[in-house]
Structures are given as C-alpha cells and as structure tokens.
Design a protein around this ligand. Structure first.
Ligand code: ZN
Length: 107
C-alpha cells in the first residue's frame, strides 16, 4: 500500500504539494501529464487516492481505501461506475495505466 508520509510523487518523483488541516490532509502532484491526489487523516490512515492522466483517455480513477472500492468517472462528469478493487502500484506506472485502460474497455 502507498505510504502517507511520502514526500515525492510516485509517478514523476517531483515534490508533492501538501494541503489541509487536522482531519483530512491532501498531497497532490499536478502537471500536464497526470494529476495525482492522495487523501489521508492525521492518524496517517490513507483514505483515498485519485488519478487523472492524459494516458487514461478522459477517465479519472478513485481508490477508496476505507471501502475498498475503485471508481472510474468520465472527466466531463457524464458517467461513473465501479470497477473490481485492486491495490494500485503507482511506482509501476506504465503497467498500472495499461491495466486501468483494459479494465475500462471490458467493464
Ligand atoms: Zn507526479
């Protein structure tokens, strides 16, 4: 599982931007290739991670680590549905992108 204390983006290794207060903390990496956002709380419990990327063809993926659900949403908000849960490895980014695109094609 991805660690909440990481300081750099697992995809591009740039410094993550930290925002937020006591109950919910957000770490973000946003550039023209991807938008990676992780949410966790003050007890270092990972709540969710979302990923948007050019390579994901207009889809946004949200892993809810509390509910163990994975959702895919169209960026334009036109549709949203659930996919089978799996633990993402953002350090194996190319593989992850491939897997997500296959999931969406066959869902
Ligand atoms: Zn990044």
């Amino acid at each position: 599982m991805i660690k909440t204390h990481i300081l750099t983006c697992p995809i591009c290794d740039k410094t993550l931007r930290r925002e937020g207060g006591f109950y919910e903390i957000k770490k973000t990496c946003s550039n023209k290739h991807h938008v990676f956002v992780m949410n966790f709380n003050d007890w270092d419990t990972l709540l969710s991670v979302s990923l948007m990327a050019k390579a994901l063809r207009g889809n946004k993926f949200i892993w809810d680590f509390q509910q163990k659900t994975l959702r895919v949403e169209r960026i334009d908000g036109k549709s949203s549905h659930e996919l089978p849960w799996f633990e993402p490895d953002f350090y194996l980014y190319e593989k992850l992108i491939q897997k997500l695109n296959v999931y969406v094609t066959f869902s």
